[in-house]
Design a protein around this ligand. Sequence first.
Ligand code: F58
Length: 818
Amino acid sequence: MTEVTAPKASLSGSEFAGEIRSKLKYQLGVDESSAKASDVYVAVASAVRDHLSDSWMRTRAEMVQGNTKAVGYLSAEFLIGRQLSNALLNVGLDEQFALAMKELGFDQDEVIAAEAEPGLGNGGLGRLAACYVDSLASLGVPAFGYGIRYRYGIFRQEFDKAGRQVEKPDYWLTQEEPWGHVDYHRSQRVGFGGTVQEHDGAKVWEPAWSVRAVPVDYPVPGYESGRVNTLRLWESRSYDEFDLSAFNDSDYMGAVVPQVEAENITKILYPEDSTPQGKRLRLEQQYFFVAASIHDAIATFYPGQEHPDLRTFPEKICFQLNDTHPVIGIPELMRVLLDEYGYDWDTAWDITTRTFNYTCHTLLPEALEVWSAQLIGELLPRHLQIIDRIDAQFVEGLENKGLDGERIDRMRILTRDGNPQVRMAFLATVGGLHVNGVAELHSQLLRDVTLKDFSDVFPERFTNVTNGVTPRRFVRLANPRLSALISEGLGTDRWMSDLERLQGLAPLADDASFVERFAEVKRANKRDFSVFAQQRYGFEVDPGTMFDSMVKRLHEYKRQSLKILAVIAQYAAIKDGTAGDMLPRTVFFGAKAAPGYAMAKLTIRLINNVARVIDADPDVAGRLQVRFPENYNIELAEHLIPATELDEQISQAGKEASGTGNMKFALNGALTVGTLDGANVEIRERVGAENFFLFGLEVEDVDRLYAEGYDPLSYVQADPRLRKAVDMVAGGVFSEGDRDVYASLVSDWLTKDYFMTMADFTAYMDIQQEVEDAYRDQARWNRSAILNVANSGYFSSDRSIKDYLERIWHTSPSPSSI
Ligand code: F58
C-alpha cells in the first residue's frame, strides 16, 4: 500500500484539457487540430502558471508582511533547465497533464521537449543555484533568487569534421517564453562611470551613464509546499531607446547605438574576458544585477518608505553570494547606506557585514576573481573609494592584532603595488558573516590552504555546507522507472521530500526479486537511451554493453585525459591481442570547453578522433565504443544519468571543490570510480567503501610529489600501456598521421602534467580491472548499486538548504508553511 501524500491540485484531467484548449484558442489563436507541439507547450505552461498565481501572490505578500528573514540568493548563473515538467510535478498536475494530453491527442513527451532549455549557467555552480531555489521553495523558506536574464546562454556546442568544438550562439528566446513575467514597475536605475563629487561633506556619485534594469520574474513552485518563490532575473534596457536626431540625419545605425550598448550588458553569459573589453563587460554585468537586486530588496521590504530604518535590514534579508561574482554588492550596499541614506561608516559597516555570506566553489587560486583597481575606478569610482577604506580599516585591525607586515600584505583586499588589484574573495570574507566551502574536504582545504590567513584570524567565520541536488528533477523526473520502484519498495513517495527515507531500501539490496527488478529498470533505461541517442545524435549504442560515463565541463584538473588514455590503452590491447575477454563497454563523454581554453579544446578533439578511429576498426566491434554526444546540457544529463552504470569522478585529489554529478549518478544507481576528492569522500563514506571504486593519489601524496619535483616522464616510462597510448597519440594514430595536431597536449603530458594524470594512470587501469570483475557478478553489482541509492539521501539539496538555514542564514521556513 502506498501512503497518501499531500493533496494534489483538485482538478480532473478533462478540466485541465479544457484549460489548455482555451489557451490555444484565446491566447495563441491556434486551432486545436493544427496546433504544433510548441503551441501546446505554451498553452500548457500558461495554464500551469495560472494555477501558480494565487500561491505566488500569497507567498510574496507573506514574505513582506511576515517576520521571517528572507534569503536573497545572488548568483550570476541559474542553470534552471526546462521548467514545464518540474512545475507540473511540484504543483501536483502531472497526472492531469498526462490525461489531458491523451484526451487532446498530443504526445506528452513531444510537448515537454518543445520547451527550449535556458542555458543560463556554465556548469555545477549554476545548476547548484537552480537546485537551491527549488529546495528553498519546497521547504517554504521565503527567498528570492537574483540573477541575470541572458539573451544568449552558454553556447551550443557542435563538432566539426575534424572533431573540434565549434561554439554557436544559444538563442533560447526564439519562441514565446511563457514563464517569465516582466515587471516594469519594479525596474531600477543602475549607473556607471562618472565622478564622485562632494557636497556639504557628503559624497555624491554622479554616474556618466545609466541603464534600466527590468526584472523578469520566474515562478519557483515548491514541491507540494504550496509556496511559489520568485527567481528575479534582470534584463538591461536603455533609457534612450532611440536617438531620433541621429535617425533624422540618416544615421540609422547610430540611432540605435544607445540601445545596443545598454542591452549588451545582459546579452550573453560570461563573455570572453581575455580582452579588456570583455573584462569590463563582465564587471558591468556583475554590478548591474547586484545593484538592481539590493535596491529591489530595499523597495520590497520597506515599501513606500522614504526614510526606512535600514538598521533592520539584516533582519529582513540575508544575501548569499554564490562565488565572487556578486561580491561587488558589499561596497554597493555600503554606498547606498552611506550616500543615499546618510548612515555613518560604522553603522553602515555593521549592517553590511551582517547581511552578506559567501560561498566559495573552487580551490584553484587562479579561479579566485581579481579586478584591476583601475577598471573598478573607471566604472565604479565611488565603490573603489569604499573598497579602499574597507581595506585600510581591515589592515589597521590586523596591525592591532599584531600580525606581521608580510602576512598583512598577503591578506590585503586592495593590493598596493604598481598595478593595484581588488581580490574579491578576500573582500567577501571580510565583508560578511560566514564563508563556506561546498564539501567537507573543500571547506577544510579552504581553511588550511586557500584562505588560511583568514581562517587563522577569523576561524569562527568558516564553515561547510556540502552540496546537494534536487531529487525531484534528477530522480523523479529523470528516472520515472526507478522512482516507481523506490516508492513501491518504501511503500511511500515521501522520499521525494525527505530523501533520507531512501535508507529504507537497504534491506531490499538482499532481496533477490527486488534486485532483479532494479536491474530491469537499469536495462530499460539503457534501451531508452539507445533510442534517444539514435534519434538525437544519429549514433548506435549497444545497450548490452556496460555504460560508463564521464560528463562534466572539460578541464585539465578533471582529467578527461586520464579516461581517454585508458581507452586508448584498451584499444591497443585489443589490437595486439592482450585484452583477454574484456568487458564490452560504451564510454560516454559529455563536456564543453571554455572557448578560449586551448588545451581543453584539444582534448575534445582527441576524444572525438579516438571515437572515430575505434568505430572504424572492425577488430574492436562489440567490445569498445566511445560516444561523445555534442552539447552536453541538462536534457542530456537527464537521459544519460539514469542509464549509466559506472560514473567517472577522477579529478586530481584536492582540485574538485565538490562535484554534484557524482551525487546525481549515485542516486540513480551508478557506481562511482573516483579519487578521494570533493564530495566523493562523503559519498564513499556513506555508500560504503566496498561499493565505491577508489583509486589514485590523495591530497598529501599530491603535495609531496609537487614538493619533490614531479616528473611525469618517469611514469610514462614505467608503464608500457601508458607509453603505448601516449605514443599512439603522438604518432598521429588519431590525426591521420599528422604528428603536429596533438603535439602540445603530448608535450604537456610528458613535461608538465600539472594534474598528475601520468602518476595516476596505473592505479586507474588496475581499478578498472576491479570494476570489470565486479560487473561480471551482476548480483553483486546490483546490490552495490541499490546501496548507493539507499545511502545517498544525504545529498538532497533540501538537506543542504537546511544546513544553510542552521549554520549560515539563521532563519527558518515561513511559519505558514510548517
Ligand atoms: C563548480 N564550479 C565546482 N564554476 O567546480 C564543482 O566542484 C562544484 O560542485 C560546483 O561548482 C558547485 O559547487 C563551477 O561550476 C563555474 O562554472 C565558473 C562560473 C564562472 C565562470 C568560470 C566557471
